[in-house]
Design a protein around this ligand. Structure first.
Ligand SMILES: CC(C)(COP(=O)(O)OP(=O)(O)OC[C@H]1O[C@@H](n2cnc3c(N)ncnc32)[C@H](O)[C@@H]1OP(=O)(O)O)[C@@H](O)C(=O)NCCC(=O)NCCS
Length: 161
């Protein structure tokens, strides 16, 4: 997280979690808020189609779960710099293979991932996500799809074979 020295306001944040291939990686049954559960179910749906970890022949990866920049500080390269700093830092942690996955829900975060070396494996249009006959996400503005992406920084992967 980046916090302003002057007024202690949050400028930007970014989080990573460990993602493992399993039946219910997002523990959907434990999420009580319906909106959050709906989003996580969509993330899971995208993962199942993108199969990023399977492409890299691993069962675990670091998952870039959240990225946000305060509206006052956007379009100055902060998101790209934070993402790059994280990728650099993880290379010193001795994790091998070092694989990352991420999902970009906006046109701008897609650029952040593309500019920090991520490869896109799947792009899921919001309008195509139908549950029980209903379109789940409407009015997404200029942002039309969720991209699933990944990259390997260390270790032998299936793509090398
Ligand atoms: C997505 C987000 C993190 C980008 O943060 P940022 O610090 O403004 O991004 P950057 O300055 O590093 O810019 C990344 C790219 O997106 C472009 N971009 C960012 N905001 C833009 C905007 N409003 N309009 C047009 N392009 C934009 C930048 O120009 C840059 O592309 P370029 O290098 O080709 O010029 C920020 O918009 C945000 O917090 N959005 C709300 C939360 C969100 O969507 N998070 C991502 C979830 S996956």
């Amino acid at each position: 997280m980046i916090v302003s020295d002057d007024d202690k306001e949050v400028i930007a944040f970014r989080c990573t979690s460990i993602y493992k291939i399993e039946k219910d990686p997002y523990k959907l049954g434990e999420i009580s808020d319906p909106g959050s559960r709906r989003i996580k179910a969509f993330n899971h749906y995208g993962d199942q189609r993108a199969k990023v970890l399977e492409h890299f022949n691993v069962t675990e990866a670091l998952h870039m779960v959240a990225l946000g920049v305060n509206t006052k500080h956007r379009q100055r390269g902060i998101a790209i710099e934070m993402m790059q700093a994280a990728l650099t830092m993880y290379q010193y942690l001795g994790v091998d293979p070092l694989c990352f996955k991420g999902q970009a829900s906006s046109n701008y975060s897609k650029k952040v991932y593309a500019k920090t070396g991520f490869q896109q494996f799947y792009d899921m249009p919001y309008e195509d996500y139908i549950v029980d006959g209903e379109q789940v996400f409407e009015n997404t503005g200029a942002h039309k799809s969720l991209a699933s992406l990944g990259q390997v920084l260390k270790g032998k992967t299936m793509d090398d074979a």
